[in-house]
Design a protein around this ligand. Structure first.
Ligand code: PMP
Length: 352
């Protein structure tokens, strides 16, 4: 072995969903929004003053922080923004999870949590979700170094009602509880309204799903000013300029156009509810989803076989070859037309 090799950090990385190239495909595998960003984002993009790119962006991301704080009715000092919620959550892990006690997150959840815990050397335990994929809140009533879960959960789409979320926060006021609300806009009640009640609560959201801006990489956290100050200190100890100028400008425009945002959400929710009926008729079962995807298993045909057949037809969904998950497909809600093509294919495939 070469001497320097002994000093290399070996980690098992998170595997993101595939980004297949080509125009003639239906992409329902990474929970992106099927609708374009707001027309006001397009306008701002066209009007970008490219000369300003000579300069560094605002390290405080003040304008974007300000529109978010106005939107949520909190102070500027209660908002942190980062390069997608992945960046925000990674910073939060570094900032808040420094106990010798294990942090807790569900066994079935966003698989990046385990990767960050390993990367940062944070001990962790993963309480097992119940048979129906719901969280048992009492599993989180024990000593811990912090808690994180997504709500609605991924990849199941299952929503934990806000009173149960609150019970978990209330029982854990000695550690930081992070609620990852990447999918909350598609039908859940946000815990943002609890951030003034619980100083130990950090709520993380993203522009990647409900705001159609996955490509711009914008995420944010809302919480007590002391939490936000601490996470800023870690950020400035790592990289002062995480947010690039176009993202700061275009993100701001997206938040301002609330009508467009709500119209897109309504369309996706309506399409999701129709998709649930179609899937049931085709012999699929699934936990009820409040996200922009459905986690479905077929009563006869193996998920992997359906996944492969769909792929050959250029329809991409997500398949996880993991214990407990390997008979499910995670299907992102696309446009009505995309879903029609998905169901046309499934109907033909399953009747063969
Ligand atoms: N949390 C959950 C539960 C997710 O599914 C995702 C998307 N992969 C993220 C966070 C990160 O999303 P982004 O970095 O695009 O905000």
């Amino acid at each position: 072995m070469r001497t320097w090799e002994a000093n290399i950090r070996n980690v098992e990385p998170y595997v993101p969903g595939e980004q297949p190239k080509g125009a003639d495909l239906i992409k329902l595998n990474t929970n992106e929004n099927p609708y374009p960003p707001s027309p006001s984002v397009e306008k701002a993009l066209k009007e970008l003053d490219y000369d300003q790119f000579r300069k560094y962006p605002d390290p405080k991301a003040s304008d974007l922080v300000h529109v978010l704080s106005e939107y949520y009715g909190v102070g500027n000092d209660e908002v942190f923004v980062g390069v997608g919620s992945d960046d925000v959550i990674a910073m939060a892990f570094m900032t808040f999870f420094n106990s010798e006690l294990p942090i807790l997150f569900p066994d079935v959840s966003y698989s990046f949590y385990k990767v960050w815990a390993e990367l940062f050397g944070i001990p962790y335990k993963t309480p097992v979700l119940q048979e129906d994929f719901t969280i048992r809140k009492e599993d989180y009533y024990k000593a811990n170094g912090g808690i994180i879960f997504s709500n609605p959960n991924a990849p199941t789409g299952v929503l934990l009602p806000l009173d149960e979320v609150e019970a978990i926060i209330a029982h854990n006021q000695n550690s930081v509880v992070i609620i990852d609300e990447a999918y909350i806009d598609f039908g859940g009640e946000s815990a943002v309204k609890l951030t003034r009640k619980y100083e130990n609560l950090l709520v993380v959201q993203t522009f990647s799903k409900s705001r159609s801006l996955a490509g711009m990489r914008i995420g944010y956290a809302i919480g007590h000013p002391d939490l936000i100050r601490s996470i800023h200190d870690v950020k400035y100890s790592y990289n002062s300029y995480t947010m690039n100028m176009p993202s700061l400008i275009l993100g701001r425009e997206a938040v301002k156009d609330d009508n467009y945002f709500k119209e897109c959400l309504d369309k996706i929710i309506k399409t999701r509810e129709e998709a649930k009926k179609r899937l049931k008729d085709l012999g699929f079962s699934f936990p009820d989803s409040k996200a922009n995807f459905i986690f479905a298993a077929h009563k006869e045909i193996k998920a992997e076989d359906i996944y492969k057949a769909l792929r050959e037809a250029h329809i991409f969904v997500r398949y996880f070859n993991l214990p407990r998950l390997d008979n499910y497909l995670r299907i992102t809600i696309g446009t009505e037309e995309e879903m029609k093509q998905l169901f046309d294919f499934l109907e033909a495939f399953l009747s063969n």
